[in-house]
Every structure is written in structure tokens, then in C-alpha cells.
Write a protein that binds this ligand. Structure first.
Ligand code: NAG
Ligand code: NAG
Ligand code: NAG
Ligand code: NAG
Ligand code: NAG
Ligand code: NAG
Ligand code: NAG
Ligand code: NAG
Ligand code: NAG
Ligand code: NAG
Ligand code: NAG
Ligand code: NAG
Length: 771
């Protein structure tokens, strides 16, 4: 009620809304106090108070060709309550068809059927070239098939050879679900002698057209009061710089006249940035007042242009579900519906992630949320700020990948090579570059070539990781070099008073450090742990876990009868483990880490099968943590619909994983709070785990079928049982600039090293110029 009330300016309405909101909160608190715990309120700040609509744009068009039978059928099965969207185009003979784009070659194979059919027309004042529906009778389009319009999505579903569908056929396919018709180009069709108004008015009542939208106000006026009274008309705002061809008014001026819009339409639809404006560098700004303005004018408001595989503002941490929540679950408003190419994610957001208690206390428990270099999805790896955010975001365990400095101090750093984690190329330390063959064949400035004072000096700045940069997905530029590094002792001190269930310390390359640097890294780590008071597995109320890919490290710790929880990292991409190797692992480890590729095997990014590995590890009594979970949509198989929450959900429900190692702890934390997975048989379809191999099955028999998998390697005893760690050769190592390290190499070798050193420095300079 308050949404429409509150006369006067926006300020008045907003403050009244706020007052009422507080009032409601107090009432809730009072009734909760009186009656004990209450389920979360389930009303929404939409105009009607009902849940926002999920509008499936051309069906599930993020996966299947837009407006195809498969896209609509899949949307209906995954999100039964969604409204199906059809973008109506007219053929030369006046048949209404559902098609994503007026330019048909963007979403069909028409250019192959009619190679000479390309035309140029003026559309709303602009010249557009391509194949247009107005040039073809419906019968001549029957041999044309629908194709995926977005090149970065899989084109494999094009090989289902699905025809263009008349609107009538779509409506019988989707009934009894509501149908939403969008009329984008009435003026254009009118110019080509076609009457869209007549077509729409000719549709039978059985077509269940519940919404009609258009960016042309003139069109809505022409059907207003002539369509079924129950059909809602929605005025669609495109890009603000354009003009409505039917009224020749700018959309900006129409936006300032919502009371006039209300005389024609019952709602408006706007792109996301009308509501949450976006800066040039892709951050959202405070929300505009448009949702409240529309609601105050009695208009519903829908947000358009959602897709999981878009580049979304950094504020959402590459998580499409988070974006929806900003529109449907913030303190001030909810839009009345979202138009999306991935309806499943919108349905999840609305059905399972709204009205959660954000301030509810973290309950530590399985599956564990284990950070990967802190909250490294948003902040530079292993910095104080990344760790602080991991804690704030609800991680159960924070992690430190141990590297050694030249002065023998264990520090937290995601890579042994400072090129990967800092701006070292641009500092005077770039002269410390060298090739160390045991590590890599290209030059690096390694942690063991600098002292801790040097690494923690102001000159050296952390650098945010970019694991998906090959897809041009860079992480949070505003935070790309913030924070300072921790040494292991700082890290343990930091963790002491934090609400965490544990810390994970990762030791790699222990043999190299012993043989080449003279460091006993295991001893260094255990010394720092005991100095910090972490003397047993549950010291300071926290489990101390030590993780390594080297069984020798864990065997050594086991021999010392340490109380730490020992975690063995399995080789990547294995399909199973032999019984004898499991028995061996069990001797020195309490838990294992597997990579995602060892759990779900894929071919051309389609999941083909789930391995038995986790089941067998569980049978052997080992906890299993999987790595590395990342929000970026390119990091998941197609089967998870570019939605990290779908992936997490499958690892919980189908794999039964004991812990997630993730760059984005907050996303797993939010998953654990969802209100749906506890519903048993009433769990909505969009929250059920995906069927293993479900998408690939749809390709069976077509030429698009992904190649069969070769068998995955099986873990064997030889891999598990490594030679014991060598005893450190030298008291110290890691030459620092200017000083000759103890036990310097013979002069001959030294000369070669020097000339190699010059080459290396040149390469480092080149590298810094390139960056
Ligand atoms: C297209 O349809 C129109 C109207 O029904 C008809 O007059 C015309 O002959 C058709 N053209 C072709 C090439 O089929
Ligand atoms: C259609 O395709 C053309 C050329 O491939 C492209 O320039 C245009 O942006 C596309 N239009 C849409 C709406 O995707
Ligand atoms: C559309 O529906 C009609 C009537 O049911 C049917 O004859 C026709 O084959 C359908 N067209 C397509 C492309 O599915
Ligand atoms: C289009 O059809 C509608 C409904 O039949 C009619 O009222 C209108 O006059 C027609 N417009 C033109 C330009 O023929
Ligand atoms: C639309 O309005 C603009 C600005 O008022 C004017 O320049 C233009 O000629 C108008 N176009 C039409 C088709 O009336
Ligand atoms: C709103 O639009 C109507 C119709 O074009 C016009 O008469 C009225 O003056 C406009 N109001 C404002 C505030 O622009
Ligand atoms: C989006 O992120 C930027 C950078 O962290 C921040 O300044 C801005 O306030 C955020 N926007 C919103 C609406 O929270
Ligand atoms: C809600 O409105 C208040 C008051 O205008 C504002 O301070 C706050 O930032 C708004 N929150 C959101 C999420 O827009
Ligand atoms: C939300 O969680 C906090 C902290 O656990 C609790 O005090 C509060 O009562 C919860 N609110 C609701 C509405 O359940
Ligand atoms: C669909 O909507 C009905 C009525 O609002 C509701 O009872 C049902 O739970 C919804 N189903 C899903 C899967 O969200
Ligand atoms: C153990 O596995 C490794 C890697 O898959 C393989 O190279 C080796 O031959 C296997 N050894 C035995 C004894 O099966
Ligand atoms: C870095 O340390 C390694 C191992 O001690 C050494 O071989 C290399 O020469 C050092 N590089 C520089 C530039 O000091």
C-alpha cells in the first residue's frame, strides 16, 4: 500500500516507505518474540506484493536457439511458473512468427537458404542490411532453421534443425503458461504494408496472451481497450538516446511522463542500467528512483537484458544470481519481473534466495567453505584484504600457500613466481629475474630470491589474479593492486580471533626447497605454527589442516605425530583410485582434494559422466574437498548454464562433497543459506541437481554429438608413495642481489649463469614493456 501512497516528491514517498518499513520490522520482531521463531517473510516489494515474474526470452535461449521448440520446452520444465516471451515478426503474407531479431540472419540459417536475399531497409531511421521477414511468405521459411544467435554459446543445438514457429504454435506449445508478445517494429511493418494491430487482434483468446509490450507507444494505443481486458500492455524503453518512431518523442522525455504512460499501459520495461546505472568502467552506482516512481504512478516495472554469459558489473562478482537479487531483493524495491535468456537462474534467485536472513550467524559445518588465496575473486591473492573479505564473506577455512623468502621466512603467496602475483616487473627487483629449471623454463623473480622485507616493501604491489583472462575476463580493476601480503606468522595471528573453523596451510615443492635452497619447509611451517600457539589439531578452536600434493610431506608430518589434519591433493583429472592406493593414502591423510575435472568428465564442455572417485574416497573414510570453484561463466560446463550456483548445487546434492575450495567464498556461503534444498519432495525443479549427461543426451544421434571420452587415468600406489623428502643440503639459499649465496657454484657454471642472467633481464624488460 505504501508503495502507491506517499504523495509529493520522491523524498516524501521514500521516507514514508522507510518509516513503514521500520514499523513492519518492529512488528515482526514483536510477533517473533511472542511466538518464537518465524519463517522469513515472503512478500516482495513489487507493485502487487507477489513474487516477480520470470520472463523467458525466446524460451531458454541462453542454451537453445531462441524461440525454438526446444528452448520453450526446456524453459517450461526447468521453470514451470515462467512467462514465455515471443518477439513477434510478420512475414510477407502476414503470418506472425516468433523470432529474436528483425534481421533474420542473426538467428536463423536463412542466408544459406536464400544466398541472394540480402536487402537494405531503413529501420527507425537507420539503414540495416540483412534478410528480413517482410520479403518471405511463411511457406518459403519452412525450410529455414533456427540457430543460436550469440557466437560465444554452443551452436550444437542448431543441429536439431528446429523450424521457425508461428505465434499460434508457440502458444499451444506453452499453454497453459502465460505468453508475452513483444512487438518491436510496428512502424517498420506498417511501412511495408503489414498491419501488426490487425494481426494481434486476430489472435484467438485461447492463445493466452497475457502481456503485450512494445517500444512504440502508438502501437500500444492502437490496441489499447481493443484486446482482452486481462491482457496487460507494457511500454518498453530501449536505449535512452533513441526516439519512439510512433510519437517522435525521445524515450527520456517519455520516461519523465509516467502518468501519461499509465493512461495507455499497465507497466513499463527498462534495461537494467535504468535501475542500477553503470559507470564507464563497469561498476554500478546507487539505484535510480525509477522503480519507486513507476510504482507510485501505479505502473509495474520489468527489467530486461539479463543473461548469465554477459559481462556484468564488477559489483556482482561475476555471479548472475547476485545481479538478480539487486533487482528483486533489496531493502527499497523489487521489480515486477525480469526478462532473461537464462530463466533458471532468475527462478532460483526469486524462489530460493530472496528474503534470506543476511545477518544470520555463520554456522560452520559441511560442506566447508575453504578460501582459495583468500577472497581472490575480488581482491589480490593472499593479501590482508582478501583474507578479511573471506572471513566477512563467511568462509569456514582460510588458506595460505606457503612460499619461502631468501631469508627463510615462510609467507603466503599463491605462486612461487612474483611475476604472477605482483608488479615486480616494474620495480628494481626485476633484475632478480632468472631461470630456475626445477620450477619453470621461463624466467621468473622467485620468492626465494627476495627477503621478506623486500617482498613486503611498498615498492612491490600485489596483483589481482586473472584465471580467465584468455576469455578477456579481468577481475575487479579498482582493487587490482590493493592490500599487503602476510607471512605465515601474520596469517596465523590474523586468523586467531576470527570466526573460522580452521586454517589450511599448503606446502608444495618441499624437495626442491631442501635440495636447491637448503630449507626444511615442513620444519619451518611447524615451528611457526607452534610459535603462534597452534599446537594441536584444534588449537584456538580451529582445525589446522596441512595440504600437499607431495605424499612425502604428509608422511613426514605423520611420522612426527603432529595433530594436524593432513590433506592430500590428488593429481588432476583422474577418474578413480585403485583400492591399494586408497589404503596407502589413508595411512597419511585424513582428507583429499580433487579437481573438478576428476568429478565430472566433459567432452567439448558437455558433461558426459560422473566418476566414482568421490564415492570411493568416501568409502575409504576420507573427506573430499573439490577445487577450484570460480564464478566466471566460462569456468563451468554447459550443463550448469553459466551459473555457479547450479554447479555448487550439483556438488552438494549429487556428489556429496565435504568442502568447496573457492575464489568466491560468499557465493558458496549464500548457497548454503538457500531456502529450497531443505524442501525434500517440494524442492522446485530449478533447484534440483542437473541430470548427469542430460544436455549431451539431447545431441544423441545428431552430427553434433561430442566425441567419446577416453578412459581417465586411475590413481595407483606408485604415484602415492613418493621417495622421502631429502635432507636440506645447505644452511640457507636463495641468492639475494649483490651477495654471493653461501656455497656458490663453481666459476664455470657461474659464467653461464651470468650470461643467462643477462638474457633473462632483457626478457624481463621486454615483458614489462609489453604489460
Ligand atoms: C506470398 O503470399 C502472397 C499472399 O498470400 C501471394 O500472393 C504470393 O503469391 C506468395 N508468394 C510466393 C512466392 O509464394
Ligand atoms: C546482427 O548481426 C550483425 C552482423 O553479424 C551485427 O552487426 C548486429 O549487431 C546483429 N544484431 C543483433 C541485434 O544482434
Ligand atoms: C503449427 O501448428 C499447426 C497446427 O497444429 C501444424 O499443422 C504445423 O505443422 C505447426 N507448425 C510447425 C512449424 O510446427
Ligand atoms: C490495421 O488494422 C486495424 C484493426 O483491424 C485497423 O483498425 C486499422 O485501421 C488498420 N490500419 C491500417 C493502416 O490499415
Ligand atoms: C522528430 O522530432 C525531431 C526533433 O523535434 C525533428 O527534428 C524531426 O524532424 C521529427 N521527425 C519526424 C519524423 O517528425
Ligand atoms: C505528458 O504527455 C502528454 C501527452 O503527450 C502531454 O499532454 C503532457 O503535457 C505531458 N506532461 C509532461 C509533464 O510532460
Ligand atoms: C560498486 O562497486 C564500487 C567499487 O567497489 C563501489 O564504489 C560502489 O559503491 C558499488 N556500487 C554499489 C551500488 O554498491
Ligand atoms: C534505499 O534507500 C535509502 C534511502 O534513499 C538509501 O540510502 C539506500 O542506499 C537505498 N538502498 C538501495 C539498495 O538502493
Ligand atoms: C536473523 O538472524 C539473526 C542472527 O542469527 C537473528 O538474531 C534474527 O532473529 C534473525 N531474523 C529473522 C527474521 O529470523
Ligand atoms: C508456481 O506458482 C504457484 C502459485 O503461485 C506456487 O504455488 C508454486 O509453488 C510455484 N511453483 C514453483 C516451482 O515455483
Ligand atoms: C601409475 O599411474 C601413472 C600415471 O597415470 C602411470 O604413468 C604409471 O604407469 C602407473 N603405474 C602403474 C604401476 O600402474
Ligand atoms: C634465485 O635463487 C636461485 C636459487 O637459489 C638461484 O639459482 C638464482 O640464481 C637466483 N636468482 C637471482 C637473480 O639471484
Amino acid at each position: 500500500m505504501w508503495r502507491r501512497g506517499g504523495g509529493g516528491g520522491h523524498g516524501g514517498a521514500a521516507s514514508m516507505a522507510l518509516q513503514l518499513w521500520y514499523c513492519c520490522l518492529l512488528l515482526l520482531a514483536a510477533s517473533a518474540a511472542a511466538q518464537g521463531p518465524q519463517p522469513a517473510a515472503t512478500s516482495y516489494k513489487t507493485l502487487s506484493g507477489a513474487a516477480p515474474l520470470v520472463i523467458a526470452e525466446g524460451g531458454f535461449s541462453g542454451v537453445f536457439p531462441d524461440s525454438s521448440q526446444n528452448a520453450y520446452a526446456f524453459a517450461l520444465s526447468a521453470t514451470p511458473n515462467s512467462t514465455l516471451w515471443c518477439n513477434v515478426q510478420l512475414t510477407k503474407d502476414g503470418v506472425g512468427i516468433c523470432l529474436r531479431d528483425l534481421v533474420m540472419n542473426n538467428c536463423t540459417n536463412i542466408n544459406q537458404n536464400y544466398p541472394t536475399g540480402k536487402k537494405t531497409y531503413i529501420v527507425n531511421g537507420d539503414r540495416k542490411s540483412g534478410w528480413f521477414p517482410v520479403d518471405y511468405n511463411y511457406s518459403s521459411l519452412q525450410s529455414v532453421i533456427l540457430t543460436q544467435a550469440i557466437w560465444s554459446r554452443t551452436d550444437k543445438f542448431d543441429f536439431a534443425y528446429l523450424p521457425i514457429l508461428p505465434v499460434i504454435n508457440v502458444s499451444s506449445l506453452t499453454a497453459p503458461s502465460p505468453l508475452w508478445l513483444n512487438i518491436e517494429h510496428d512502424t517498420f511493418y506498417r511501412q511495408h504494408g503489414l498491419n501488426m494491430t490487425k494481426y494481434i487482434l486476430s489472435l484467438p483468446k485461447s492463445a493466452l496472451v497475457t502481456y503485450i509490450s512494445s517500444p512504440e507507444l502508438g502501437f500500444l494505443q492502437s490496441i489499447s481497450r481493443r484486446v482482452n481486458r486481462k491482457t496487460k500492455l507494457v511500454f518498453r524503453f530501449p536505449d535512452k538516446t533513441l526516439r519512439d518512431p510512433s510519437t517522435n518523442q525521445t524515450y527520456v522525455s517519455l520516461l519523465s511522463n509516467l502518468t501519461f504512460i499509465k493512461t495507455v499501459a499497465s507497466g513499463i520495461m527498462v534495461p537494467t542500467d535504468y535501475i542500477w546505472p553503470v559507470t564507464g568502467d563497469n561498476y554500478i552506482q546507487p539505484s535510480s528512483s525509477i522503480v519507486t516512481d513507476a510504482h507510485n504512478a501505479g505502473l509495474e516495472i520489468y527489467a530486461s537484458d539479463f543473461a548469465n554469459d554477459r559481462i556484468i558489473p564488477y559489483n556482482y562478482s561475476y555471479d548472475p544470481l547476485e545481479e538478480y537479487l539487486f533487482f528483486v531483493d533489496n531493502e527499497n524495491f523489487s521489480v515486477d519481473g525480469v526478462l532473461t535468456e537464462y530463466p533458471l537462474t532468475a527462478a532460483e534467485a526469486i524462489g530460493c534466495f530472496t528474503n534470506l536472513n543476511a545477518s544470520s550467524k555463520t554456522v560452520h559445518g559441511n560442506p566447508l567453505i575453504i578460501s582459495h588465496n583468500g577472497a581472490s575473486g575480488d581482491y589480490p591473492d593472499c593479501t590482508d584484504i582478501a583474507y578479511q573479505h573471506a572471513v566477512d564473506d563467511g568462509a569456514d577455512v582460510i588458506d595460505c600457500s606457503v612460499q619461502m623468502t631468501s631469508d627463510g621466512i615462510p609467507i603466503c603467496m599463491s605462486s612461487i613466481n612474483l611475476f604472477d602475483t605482483t608488479n615486480v616487473q616494474r620495480t628494481s627487483f626485476s633484475s632478480r629475474a632468472s631461470i630456475v629449471n626445477e620450477i619453470q623454463t621461463t624466467p621468473g623473480v622467485f620468492t626465494f630470491n627476495l627477503t621478506w622485507d623486500e617482498i613486503s616493501s611498498k615498492d612491490l604491489k600485489p596483483k589481482i589474479s586473472s584465471p580467465e583472462s584468455k576469455f578477456y575476463l579481468e577481475r575487479n580493476p579498482r582493487y587490482k593492486d590493493v592490500g599487503k601480503f602476510f607471512n605465515l606468522s601474520d596469517f596465523l595471528e590474523f586468523a586467531k580471533d576470527k570466526d573460522l573453523s580452521g586454517v589450511m596451510i599448503i606446502i608444495e615443492k618441499a624437495s626442491f626447497m631442501a635440495e636447491s635452497l637448503g630449507f626444511d619447509v615442513v620444519e619451518s611451517v611447524t615451528n611457526v605454527l607452534s610459535d603462534a600457539g597452534y599446537n594441536s589439531q584444534t588449537a584456538k578452536g580451529k582445525v589446522v589442516m596441512i595440504q600437499s600434493t607431495d605424499s612425502a610431506v604428509l608422511v613426514k608430518l605423520k611420522q612426527q605425530e603432529t595433530k594436524y589434519k593432513l590433506v592430500y591433493t590428488l593429481p588432476s583429472t583422474i577418474g578413480d583410485a585403485s583400492a591399494s592406493s586408497l589404503a596407502d593414502v589413508k595411512k597419511f591423510a585424513d582428507a583429499v582434494v580433487v579437481d573438478r575435472a576428476s568429478v565430472y568428465r566433459t567432452s567439448q564442455n558437455f558433461i558426459i559422466k560422473q566418476t566414482n572417485l568421490v564415492k570411493d574416497l568416501h568409502s575409504a573414510g576420507l573427506d573430499v574437498y573439490a577445487q577450484v570453484f570460480r564464478n566466471e561463466f566460462v569456468s563451468t560446463p554447459w550443463d550448469f548454464f553459466s551459473d555457479i550456483t547450479v554447479e555448487i548445487n550439483s556438488y552438494v546434492q549429487s556428489v556429496n562433497i565435504d568442502g568447496f575450495i573457492t575464489d568466491f567464498p560468499k557465493t558458496v556461503r549464500r548457497y548454503k543459506m538457500n531456502s529450497c534444498t531443505g524442501l525434500g519432495d517440494n524442492m522446485p525443479p530449478y533447484m534440483r541437481p542437473v541430470e548427469v549427461g542430460g544436455l549431451a543426451q539431447l545431441l544423441n544421434g545428431s552430427q553434433a554429438q561430442p566425441p567419446a571420452l577416453s578412459p581417465a587415468p586411475v590413481l595407483n600406489e606408485t604415484q602415492v608413495n613418493e621417495a622421502p623428502l631429502p635432507t636440506p643440503k645447505k644452511p640457507s639459499g636463495g641468492g639475494t642481489s649483490g651477495s654471493t649465496p653461501p656455497g656458490a657454484s663453481p666459476s664455470g657454471a657461474h659464467a653461464t649463469a651470468t650470461s643467462a642472467g643477462i638474457l633473462v633481464m632483457l626478457m624481463a624488460v621486454c615483458a614489462s614493456l609489453l604489460i
